[in-house]
Ligand binder design. Structure first.
Ligand SMILES: NC(=O)c1ccc[n+]([C@@H]2O[C@H](COP(=O)([O-])OP(=O)(O)OC[C@H]3O[C@@H](n4cnc5c(N)ncnc54)[C@H](OP(=O)(O)O)[C@@H]3O)[C@@H](O)[C@H]2O)c1
Length: 305
């Protein structure tokens, strides 16, 4: 079997970990080209062409691990328009333009996959997709953002917001500009994507009523977390005080957790690493495995309302 050629855009935390998996993993795939902005970087892989994103779109499969919105939207449109599979971890792209891209993918019979966009290495989209088949999901509830979990845990231990944030930044859990996480947008985009899959209608981030944690206070000993919660009508991300017996209350560190509640009252609960290069790259690699197997899945496909 000929090896499928991958055009990879982005050689950062996730991109470089994915590149390693392509080299070491069992699938008949190879990196044909890697695209970055700064082509003079000394940490780029050897023996692989380095180019611009547009060059990567010529490959058999395009994998976008760059982030951002304008570039990825143009690359995704061009890739899907020519019928080529597009794989990404870009939650912002899907929570902003996912409906349009899924429609384009359907028209062009091209695959659109983004397992790594929610839950990092924890198969949240896959589990929701699986359970959505029977149309029985009534509620999604979870902790989808590690930065706020870390900060709110530190506040529960007695720190104020500013020192908890500084601790999170020192530990590598928060960016220098933490606004996307602490204002709740990261969790809101992830909830929008999960809800789109659960209820078969694409929902943008704008549909999620979002309150971040910048004004939150935590009484010592209390468990407060940024909870993503939604049903078919209403999607919400907001800080909430959790009972200590609540399964979400035990989540710590980089872990994410999702509860999927069915009409009969049963709950499926999954948790695991919500971020990190290697774990996230594993989810991207699993998407590529489906393409190698000949599947042509479309995230949100066949259900755009
Ligand atoms: N990190 C995680 O744990 C995680 C988890 C889940 C999802 N994600 C998602 O995965 C994606 C990548 O995240 P990351 O953490 O790996 O980011 P990162 O470390 O900042 O790496 C981004 C890479 O993309 C390249 N890039 C950015 N804009 C580009 C452009 N316009 N043209 C060409 N190359 C460009 C950068 O190249 P230069 O270095 O040359 O600028 C860099 O190599 C994002 O969508 C993120 O939301 C990340």
């Amino acid at each position: 079997m000929d090896r499928l050629r991958i055009g990879l855009i982005g050689w950062g935390t996730v991109g470089s970990a994915f590149g390693e998996l392509v080299r070491e993993g069992p699938l008949p795939v190879e990196l044909a080209i890697v695209a970055v902005r700064d082509r003079s970087r000394t940490d780029l892989p050897r023996g692989v062409a380095i180019g611009a994103p547009e060059d990567a779109l010529e490959a058999d499969i395009v994998v976008e691990l760059a982030g951002g919105l304008d570039g990825p939207l143009a690359w995704a449109r061009a890739t899907l328009d020519r019928g080529t599979p597009y794989v990404t971890a870009n939650k912002a792209l899907l929570a902003t333009h996912g409906g349009e891209l899924a429609e384009l993918a359907e028209r062009r019979v091209a695959a659109l996959l983004a397992s790594a966009s929610v839950g990092g290495g924890t198969p949240m989209i896959e589990t929701v997709t699986h359970m959505a088949a029977a149309g029985q999901i009534v509620r999604l509830r979870g902790l989808l953002n590690a930065t706020t979990t870390f900060i709110l845990s530190a506040m529960g231990a007695g720190n104020d917001y500013e020192s908890a944030l500084a601790e999170a930044q020192a530990a590598g859990y928060a960016e220098a500009d933490p606004s996307f996480d602490v204002e709740g947008r990261d969790a809101a985009q992830k909830l929008a994507i999960l809800a789109s899959v659960a209820w078969r209608r694409w929902r943008p981030e704008a549909d999620v009523e979002t309150t971040g944690i910048t004004q939150t206070t935590v009484e010592p000993g209390r468990v407060v977390r940024l909870v993503a919660d939604g049903d078919q009508q209403h999607l919400r991300v907001a800080p909430a005080v959790l009972d200590e017996r609540d399964p979400l209350a035990v989540v710590v560190g980089v872990e994410s957790m999702l509860e999927i509640v069915s009409r009969d009252g049963s709950t499926v609960r999954i948790s695991g690493p919500g971020a990190g290069g290697r774990a996230t790259a594993g989810a991207v690699y699993a998407d590529v495995a489906r393409l190698v197997a000949g599947e042509r899945p479309i995230l949100f496909g066949g259900r755009i309302g």
